[in-house]
Design a protein around this ligand. Sequence first.
Ligand code: TYM
Length: 327
Amino acid sequence: TPRVFSGIQPTGIPHLGNYLGALQSWVSLQEEFSSVLYSIVDLHSITVPQNPDALRDSVLDMTACLLACGVNPAKSCLFQQSQVPEHAQLGWILSCLTSLPRLRHLPQWKMKSESQKNEGSVGLFTYPVLQAADILLYLSTHVPVGDDQAQHLQLTQDLARIFNYQYGEFFPIPRALMGSSKKIRSLRDPLVKMSKSDPHTLATVRLTDTPDEIVMKFRKAVTDFTSEVTYDPEKRPGVSNMVAIHSAVTGLSPEEVVKQSRGLETAQYKHVVAEAVITKLTPIREEVHRLRGDKGFLREVLTRGTHRARELAAPVYDKVCRIIGLR
Ligand code: TYM
């Protein structure tokens, strides 16, 4: 049976990349699939150092953001990963099927271990195995993610195949679902993705940025020296990123927004895109602020989600244990 699963780390307010690359489709998939799970993956976030109080707050903050984007707890199961112990337990079992060389060149490890003097923790290294466990624990079939998660999805597919080969058919092979905005780029450097950990504050637009901040960030966005607006991600990554964002927030195709913008200089065009982003984000920002004031409600949503996720996870994990001889 088809089932959607996806996750997001609770490290800070989601940015436009998270929203356009993943969260927007999380919302629409709730209408298309009858079984949908979204997880706030706090176990993944502690693969790099986190402040305990900030981490606690960030889980509720992320809950507010997801609800504000349109994740609807009546249609999908929204839960906190660490509250379902089977994620870590299945992660261990899958780690015993994973070879060291397979993990060494995966992006999360390569990027984050470089920036850490100690070369990163074992948890950071096995991060993608835990991600595979998240997905396989629910026998998920569809995983909406951005482009940066493609290699993690491949590992998940490989681990499902390895398990099935060794023990007999059990896990479905999950498919990545990627929309047209699978890679939103930094506003400061269009050669890299928009990223939560980018130290440059102008590089990312967060869902709670004020209209003034959004206008300023787009005004300073790095493009190139051609004033015409065209869509050519290879040759003109900066302007094309503007077009991609414009297209994603309006629902029009890149060709249509380029046509609409004929005659505008890029400086003027950036302002048009900023306005379109503001129109899209204003109701979300307002809803985040409203929901943040109701922590009791946010906790209740997570508690209900966790309860449901446990009900789904326990029998699958039990079956896995039986299959491999642990019961
Ligand atoms: P995370 O928290 O970094 O990002 C959440 C989602 O946002 C997407 N994304 C982007 N899409 C387009 N352009 C960008 N610039 C951009 N930046 C981020 C990500 O692809 C992701 O879909 N490892 C995952 C979390 C995870 C997970 C899972 C996902 C843990 N277990 C199981 C799916 C299934 C991560 O760090 O996402």
